[in-house]
Design a protein around this ligand. Sequence first.
Ligand code: FAD
Ligand code: NAP
Length: 338
Amino acid sequence: MTILENISLKNLNTFGLEAKARYFVETISEEELKEAISYDLFKHASKLVLGGGSNILLTADFDGLVIKISIPGIKIIEEDKDAVFIEAGAGVVWNYLVHFCVERNFGGIENLSLIPGTVGAAPIQNIGAYGQELKDVLYLLKGISISEVKEKTFQNDECKFDYRDSIFKNELKGKFIVTSIILRLSRNPKLNLSYGSVKDEIEKLNLKQITVRDVSNVISNIRRRKLPDPAVTGNAGSYFRNPEVDEIKFLKIKEDFPDVIAHKQVNGNYKIAAGWMIEKCGWKGKRIGNTGSHAKQSLVIVNYGGAEGKEILMLAGKIKNSVKQKFDIVLTEEVNIY
Ligand code: FAD
Ligand code: NAP
């Protein structure tokens, strides 16, 4: 295990923010990870577990231990005529796992194509896109409890998955490190084309038979067109979650803004597109100093170069205030702030 000191995290977070880690280790196995967290020097240090850094906002130097999870490996552990169980190490790039499954026509994560980051972070906010969520296919996850340095497994129903949320983002935040996940995927995929943009693009292709690979390709293309590439423009995807409101509140908004973008949920509430509200408040494409709301997707806050975490925090605060004033809705952050 190599311990680095005072290292820059600028290339390890997709916002491209400068912040230093007092200590830094990269772990490629569970054994190394256990060694790192039980090492005397780090026993009482604050710890930041890092995957691809695509869902974090660094607002200051981190005066503790940053643990980069690079545990590799994808293996098919069991299969029958209907399902296949795949285990992937927490350090595997998420989109590489998607590609591995799509190429074999295993269905269940094709709509999650091109989401940046690692496999280990996928359960933290129950990643989701275009009508699919990790919770629909996660069978089991394995990891290590930091305080006890002990292995522990979680079944799907123990993860308290919710919309962009899980037990790991709440009670267990900073207390548990995912080392691998097991997915149950389908060998007879049922495609989810419920999102208008995906359906339209697929229809344009005029295919006799649609495969998971077609869906994956279409979604990857839409994302490339619409979202800023972090390698070019720093960002962490959606900064806020889409809020859910009850029907009374929704109807009130609809009365004032007939063009509201919202989707009815199974519980009768409505999920309102936060990006639409931000746009209505005049933020879409607006730049303040080195930061701004992205011109094609206002829910994404960008670093045009040289921004500090605090600047992004300030812009997010201003956006939140405008949304609160105009719609009486308090947006909550999806990004993890440090
Ligand atoms: P990091 O940013 O490194 O970490 C995120 C959080 O998880 C941190 O709190 C960290 O401590 C914790 N964590 C990381 N690894 C572990 C681990 N092994 N064990 C325990 N805790 C851990 N998200 C979506 O849900 N849907 C999208 O469609 C989507 N699109 C995006 C598009 C862009 C352009 C960008 C930049 C981001 C997007 N995201 C999206 C957000 C992000 O990619 C995901 O949340 C992703 O899962 C984060 O992975 P990561 O490895 O980069 O996590
Ligand atoms: P979009 O398709 O323009 O839709 C706008 C919003 O309406 C989305 O936020 C989506 O909610 C919701 N929506 C659209 N069609 C829906 C349907 N048929 N049923 C239920 N809800 C529907 O959104 P977009 O910004 O281009 O993003 C496309 C997908 O990628 C979304 O699923 C989005 O969550 C995901 N994405 C996520 C991030 C991130 O960082 N979290 C970044 C980029 C894209 P949902 O968000 O709940 O799906």
